[in-house]
Design a protein around this ligand. Structure first.
Ligand code: HEC
Length: 100
């Protein structure tokens, strides 16, 4: 298992890691988005930030993504349910829907 340290380091790099960020309780969805998401998710010229598949075009999907992250996207474990709803609603309102 001499490769273990390398594999762990690679996983740390890949797994976008997690972000400490915790929004102010007064923050709007837009403010949270600007603080936490805009660096990676910029609006297209038509104004939409995401093009979501229909089955993913809901607040629950986005909130789950933000809370849990993915291989490439950081997770935000310190966002409360309320923050997740606010930022996810904002993201959804700025999404186009294409495909299933
Ligand atoms: C460090 C960069 C980074 C940050 C910060 C980030 N994301 Fe992401 N996000 C990604 C990447 C890369 C993907 C594409 C890979 C994937 O889906 O896992 C992604 C995918 C997504 C998707 C899925 C889009 C689809 O087409 O299914 C949603 C929704 C999303 N991000 C929302 C957010 C929100 C909301 C925030 C802020 C709370 C955020 N992201 C912060 C990098 C980031």
């Amino acid at each position: 298992m001499t490769q273990a340290p390398f594999i762990l380091a690679a996983m740390g790099l890949l797994a976008g890691c997690s972000r400490e960020y915790a929004p102010d309780s007064q923050a709007t969805g837009e403010q949270i988005f600007q603080s936490a998401c805009l660096e990676c998710h910029k609006p297209a010229t038509n104004g939409s930030i995401y093009t979501l598949k229909a089955r993913n075009a809901n607040v629950a999907f986005i909130a789950d993504k933000v809370h849990g992250g993915s291989l490439l996207m950081p997770s935000f474990p310190n966002m409360k349910a309320d923050d997740l709803t606010k930022v996810s609603t904002y993201a959804l309102e700025h999404s186009a829907v294409a495909g299933e």
